[in-house]
Ligand binder design. Structure first.
Ligand code: FVH
Length: 297
C-alpha cells in the first residue's frame, strides 16, 4: 500500500481529482483500503460522502495535488482535464499524475508533454468497466506512460481492479481502450441487426441468442488465426474461399430484402468479396478483405 514520488520516496497518500460516479468510486476504494485520501471536485458538495468515509476534502485542485505524491485525475473529458491542470500548474512538480479520464492517444501524449514540462511523471489510464466494479476483477484499467512511475505505483493501481501496462508511449492505453470499445460496438450493432432478422421471421430473439451464444466459444481461435493472416499477409481460405462465400452472401442479402430487413453490412461484405475475387484472390478467405480496408497499404 505504498505510493512513490518521482524522487523515489514512498507513502500511502493519494489524491483524487474529480468526484463524478467514477471518481467517487475510485476515491472510496482508496479510503476503504486505508490510503490517506485527499479529494477535490469542482462542485464541492460531492465530496461529503467521501469525507464521511474518511477522506480529506481540499478547497482547490492545487491544494489537493500538493497533499499527495500520487494524483489520480478522473474528470468528464479532456477539456475538463486541461482546465483543472491549468489551475494546478506548479503544484504538480515532483508528483506522479495518473489520468484515467477518457480521451484520445493524442490527448494522452499532450498531457504527458504538459506533465514533463511541469516536472511531473505521467501515466495515462483508461477504464473498461462501471463504477460499482472498481476494486474488483470485473473492471480493467489499461495504463501506459512513464515505466518508472508505473512500476513504483503498480501495487497502488492494482487496488482499482485488473490492470495492464502497455508501455512507455503515453498514448498506448488510449489506443487499447479505443480498439476494445470499438470491437464491442461493432459486434453489438451487428447483433442487433441479426435480432431484427430473427424477429422479422417471427422467431424468439432470446431463445436464438442462447443458441448463438454457444457458437461464440469458437471465436477466440478464429480471431487469432485471422489476426495472424493479417499480420503475415498469408490468407488461407478461412471460413471457406471467397468464391464460395460470395455466393452465400447473395442469399443473405436477398433473404433480408424478402423480410424487409436492412442489408447494409452484408452488401458491404459482398462488395469487398467481389473486388477481391475480381483481383484474382477468390481462393483466399475472409481475412483477406483486410487488404481492401482503408487506409490502403
Ligand atoms: N461512469 C462510467 O460508467 C464510465 C465507465 C467508462 C469510463 N468512464 C470515463 O470516466 C470518466 C469520468 O466519468 P464519470 O462517470 O465519473 O462522469 P461524471 O459522473 O459525469 O463526472 C464528471 C466529473 O468531471 C467533472 N467536470 C466536468 N467538467 C469539468 C470542468 N470543466 N472542470 C472541473 N471538473 C469538471 C465533474 O465535476 P462536477 O460537475 O461534479 O462539478 C465530475 O466530477 C469519463 O472520462 C468517462 O468517459 C466512466
Amino acid at each position: 500500500m505504498t505510493t512513490s514520488t518521482t524522487d523515489g520516496s514512498t507513502g500511502s497518500q493519494i489524491t483524487v481529482l474529480g468526484l463524478g460516479d467514477m471518481g467517487s468510486a475510485i476515491a472510496k476504494t482508496f479510503v476503504e483500503r486505508g490510503y490517506r485520501t485527499t479529494v477535490w471536485n469542482r462542485t464541492a458538495s460531492k465530496a461529503a460522502p467521501l469525507v464521511e468515509a474518511g477522506a480529506t476534502a481540499a478547497e482547490t485542485a492545487a491544494e489537493a495535488v500538493a497533499a499527495s505524491p500520487l494524483v489520480v485525475v478522473c474528470l468528464l473529458d479532456s477539456t475538463a482535464v486541461d482546465q483543472v491542470l491549468a489551475s494546478v500548474e506548479s503544484a504538480v512538480a515532483g508528483k506522479v499524475l495518473v489520468n484515467v479520464t477518457s480521451g484520445s492517444p493524442a490527448q494522452a501524449r499532450e498531457n504527458e508533454r504538459w506533465a514533463k514540462e511541469h516536472g511531473a511523471e505521467y501515466i495515462d489510464g483508461k477504464i473498461m468497466g462501471d463504477p460499482p466494479y472498481v476494486g474488483t476483477d470485473h473492471i480493467m484499467f489499461p495504463f501506459s506512460g512513464s515505466t518508472k512511475a508505473y512500476e513504483a505505483n503498480e501495487s497502488t493501481l492494482k487496488e482499482l481492479g485488473g490492470i495492464a501496462y502497455h508501455g512507455e508511449d503515453a498514448g498506448a492505453a488510449a489506443v487499447e481502450f479505443m480498439a476494445q470499445v470499438a470491437f464491442a460496438y461493432e459486434l453489438i450493432i451487428g447483433f442487433l441487426h441479426v435480432l431484427k432478422l430473427v424477429e422479422a421471421e417471427g422467431f424468439d430473439v432470446e431463445e436464438f441468442t442462447e443458441r448463438a451464444g454457444g457458437s461464440l466459444v469458437h471465436f477466440p481461435s478464429l480471431l487469432s488465426s485471422m489476426a495472424k493472416a493479417v499480420k503475415t499477409g498469408e490468407y488461407g481460405p478461412d471460413l471457406g474461399s471467397l468464391n464460395v462465400q460470395a455466393a452465400l452472401m447473395n442469399d443473405m442479402i436477398s433473404h433480408r430484402a424478402s423480410v424487409g430487413v436492412e442489408a447494409l453490412r452484408m452488401r458491404e461484405v459482398k462488395d469487398l468479396m467481389d473486388r477481391r475475387i475480381a483481383a484474382g484472390h477468390g481462393d483466399q478467405g475472409f481475412s483477406s478483405l483486410f487488404e481492401l480496408l482503408p487506409p490502403k497499404k
